[in-house]
Design a protein around this ligand. Structure first.
Ligand SMILES: [Zn+2]
Length: 172
């Protein structure tokens, strides 16, 4: 199935609506002590996810795993919207998908570790937000594009992670 502009625009509007009230992180944005994380803290300090410069997302496409859970929840919608605006083979889109998933093999080998990891990562998300991540991953799966071949696998695993690890423990 080819993805229409209307589908990506509809999902974008829902993301803007459903993530609108996520508060700016109270704690530290990237808790690890190293130069890379210090730089990341500086770059994202006091940035609003709704107005953040695309260039910042492009320059930090692989950094989401360094965010604290609350910073991850706050900035994820910016990466999702960038990905939907540029729904093709690019670094931001690719790593946003990877951030929502893990390899099947890894999960099979260390299921308890990954269950805890993902539950911690998505602890404060609401069911509505998780459902939109589901929708995003479904769009990735259904995109007819040879360059999306590897992403489709990640999207499929990501959906399983949402269903099996995260949804049963959501508080909101
Ligand atoms: Zn670090």
């Amino acid at each position: 199935m080819s993805i229409s502009k209307e589908q990506t625009e509809t999902l974008k509007r829902k993301i803007i609506d459903v993530f609108a009230d996520v508060p700016y992180p109270k704690g530290v944005i990237a808790p690890h002590h190293c130069d890379k994380c210090r730089e990341l803290r500086k770059t994202f300090a006091h940035k609003n996810w709704k107005t953040i410069d695309s260039k910042i997302l492009e320059e930090n496409y692989s950094k989401m795993p360094l965010f604290s859970p609350e910073a991850f929840q706050y900035f994820l919608p910016a990466f999702l919207i960038y990905s939907l605006d540029n729904f093709n083979d690019n670094d931001v889109c690719e790593f946003t998908i990877y951030t929502l998933s893990e390899s099947e093999k890894e999960i099979k080998e260390n299921p308890d570790y990954w269950r805890k990891y993902f539950q911690n990562r998505f602890e404060s998300f609401t069911l509505k937000q998780i459902n939109l991540i589901h929708e995003f991953l479904s769009l990735v799966e259904s995109k007819e594009d040879d360059n999306f071949y590897l992403y489709r696998e990640s999207a499929e695993t990501g959906k399983k992670i949402m269903k099996e690890f995260i949804e049963p423990t959501l508080k909101n």
